[in-house]
Design a protein around this ligand. Structure first.
Ligand code: ZN
Ligand code: ZN
Length: 274
């Protein structure tokens, strides 16, 4: 499987100023093309980096905040070839498809009907894709009470994604056994905040899950100011687990070995033109 980061920014200010991109994460492999949390720029950046969005067979929305949901509808259009094919599955938090405590619905009825299938994420909801790839969700603790994280089970091992959440005692159990752990670490060391992971909480989580590779992403403004590479090396020092701060357009190949490419290739020209 190949993981591509179409953005590593998170939170209101990083998103508003596009200090890091916010296009979400693509997980591709074994004839599956999965887009997780397509925030602002997801459609544009998919096209610009050659991650053809019309190939998608799954769009995943973890919760109803705009840095996660703004491009969901555009990608449902891509997945269904502008609504001409009855294909693909939308996996969405309840707040994507109905109102939950004032959150959502953020996906129009028109687009929900357009997707080949719609699955509402919750604890232990799983959806089978092609070639023994499985997406399984679990509830997390964030301001949108229906927020979820996911584990993508693949023949090459499991890939975990926390979504936006605070640390809670059952979180490590949900992610137990993953080879790669992607965490939305919005806040730096010693700056815990409700509903989000800080570097301190990332350390707690990684120590319990012990993945082969831990990836920090979804950086808020303060986190970026603190230096995300430094934050990642503190985490690695404390946990002994190989930990990196994601970069925009970074790719991680999960095969027998796990390989990381941090180079920005095709997108460079585009970025320097902005
Ligand atoms: Zn977020
Ligand atoms: Zn959020």
């Amino acid at each position: 499987m190949e993981i591509s980061f179409l953005g590593t920014g998170g939170g209101r200010f990083t998103t508003l100023f596009q200090k890091r991109y916010t296009g979400g994460i693509r997980v591709d492999g074994l004839d599956n093309y999965i887009h997780i949390d397509p925030g602002p720029g997801a459609l544009l950046l998919s096209n610009k980096t050659g991650l053809t969005p019309v190939l998608l067979n799954a769009v995943v929305l973890s919760h109803a905040h705009p840095d996660h949901y703004t491009d969901v509808e555009a990608l449902i259009e891509a997945m269904t070839k502008a609504g001409t094919r009855d294909r693909g599955v939308l996996l969405s938090s309840r707040s994507g498809v109905e109102c939950v405590d004032g959150f959502g619905p953020v996906i129009s009825r028109y687009h929900r009907n357009m997707a080949g299938d719609v699955k509402v994420l919750d604890d232990d909801v799983s959806v089978e894709l092609k070639n023994n790839v499985l997406i399984k969700s679990f509830r997390v603790k964030h301001s949108d009470p229906s927020s979820c994280g996911v584990v993508i089970g693949t023949p090459d091992g499991d890939i975990g994604y926390t979504g936006d959440t605070t640390y809670f005692s059952d979180l490590p159990n949900k992610l137990r056994g993953v080879r790669v752990l992607i965490m939305n670490v919005t806040r730096p060391l010693n700056s815990d905040i409700t509903y989000h992971l800080s570097t301190n909480e990332a350390i707690r989580l990684i120590s319990k899950v012990e993945p082969e590779l831990a990836i920090m992403t979804h950086f808020g403004y303060n986190m970026l100011e603190s230096g995300v590479e430094e934050q990642a090396s503190v985490v690695e020092g404390e946990t002994g687990v190989n930990t990196i701060a994601a970069r925009d357009f970074m790719k991680v190949k999960v095969e027998e070995e796990i390989r990381i490419t941090k180079k920005q290739s095709k997108i460079l020209d585009f970025k320097s033109n902005l």
